[in-house]
Design a protein around this ligand. Structure first.
Ligand SMILES: [Zn+2]
Length: 155
């Protein structure tokens, strides 16, 4: 299960970042998750809390922003939604071409981490404890197990 490994890395990344910032607690973690990622909300929150036991991220709430699976036609440039379970969505709706490349759907990164700093209440932390994009190390981007990825999808 790749997602378990990812979640452990996310826990490690946010705990390390939070400790460096001197945070008292990690309040929320915003993840951007592509549709091709096998992340189920309840599982992610539960497993995250399990991994984070005893750390400053133990009570953090995971917020997942989903990114749909889209491809871009290489012949006419149209970006369209693609459903792996429905072959009829494979050809470009504009020109009928099957010459497509992956556009979105494999995202997996931490967009934002909200921390509680010493002396602050969780509800009044504001934006003072957030990290900018790119502050945390990127996660690996290989395809999750058991999900076919279109052969034409290059990264
Ligand atoms: Zn097209």
């Amino acid at each position: 299960m790749h997602e378990m490994a990812y979640l452990k890395r996310i826990v490690n990344a946010v705990v390390t970042a939070g400790e460096q910032e001197g945070a008292k607690e990690i309040e929320t973690i915003e993840l951007v998750v592509g549709e091709l990622r096998d992340f189920v909300d309840d599982f992610v929150q539960g497993y995250f809390s399990f991994c984070a036991r005893g750390t400053i991220a133990e009570h953090a709430t995971i917020i997942m922003e989903r990114v749909p699976f889209t491809v871009q036609c290489q012949d006419c440039g149209k970006v369209y939604r693609f459903d792996l379970r429905d072959d009829s969505t494979t050809p470009c709706p504009a020109c009928g071409s099957r010459n497509y490349r992956l556009k979105t759907g494999r995202e997996l990164f931490i967009r934002n981490v909200r921390m509680v700093m010493p002396g602050e209440d969780a509800c009044t932390a504001g934006d003072g404890g957030t990290l900018p994009d790119g502050h945390l190390p990127p996660l690996p981007t290989e395809a999750p197990d058991g999900r076919p990825v279109p052969a034409a999808a290059g990264c």
